[in-house]
Design a binder for this molecule. Structure first.
Ligand code: NI
Length: 177
């Protein structure tokens, strides 16, 4: 059932097969409806720094990205984001994901990215960043292709996390029951 007005969207948790699907591009001129607002509300209520539409089970290529170094700035909505360049050294950063409650681990990714996207008004934008925003963009764009942050771990580290991942899935099952 669709959430009523004012209701908060449920964020899908690890184990939900919808997190593994590829999202489709937003067509030119397509009305995003209340998706941007839902993403911003989701970020605020879960104290997140990034969120992707597929985490609501909404398979459109739209993500919300905050800049934690600029808390006064509203989160950016990126429509059809495309990383056109990755640059700089591979650096570690402790990542979490709203679809994996309580799980945080260090992950190496390129320090910087250039991302092309459309803003909420449909205007083409380019963002170049080598700070936390670059990290959040890489994590969120992955979600649009059904890629999750655990996929970047070497096999042995994923093996070490297997028990915790099962627990996350089990807890999610209990909540929705
Ligand atoms: Ni995530």
């Amino acid at each position: 059932m669709a959430p009523g007005a004012g209701a908060t969207d449920e964020i899908l948790v690890h184990g939900d097969p919808r997190l593994r699907l590829s999202a489709r591009p937003v067509a030119p001129g397509e009305d995003l409806g209340d998706l941007p607002r839902r993403l911003l509300t989701g970020l605020r209520e879960h104290d997140g720094i990034g969120l992707a539409a597929p985490q609501f089970g909404d398979l459109r290529r739209v993500v919300a990205v905050t800049d934690p170094s600029r808390p006064e700035q509203a989160p950016r909505i990126l429509v059809n984001p495309e990383i056109t360049e990755r640059f700089g050294p591979q650096i570690p950063f402790e990542e979490g994901c709203l679809s994996f409650p309580g799980l945080f681990f260090n992950l190496y990714r390129p320090a910087g990215v250039v991302v092309r996207y459309h803003d909420r008004d449909g205007d083409q934008q380019t963002l170049r960043n080598d700070g936390v925003v670059a990290r959040v963009v890489q994590h969120e764009v992955d979600h649009l292709d059904g890629v999750l942050f655990i996929d970047h771990l070497p096999r042995w580290r994923r093996w070490l996390l297997a028990g915790r991942l099962r627990r996350i899935q089990r807890e999610a099952g209990k909540e929705s029951a």
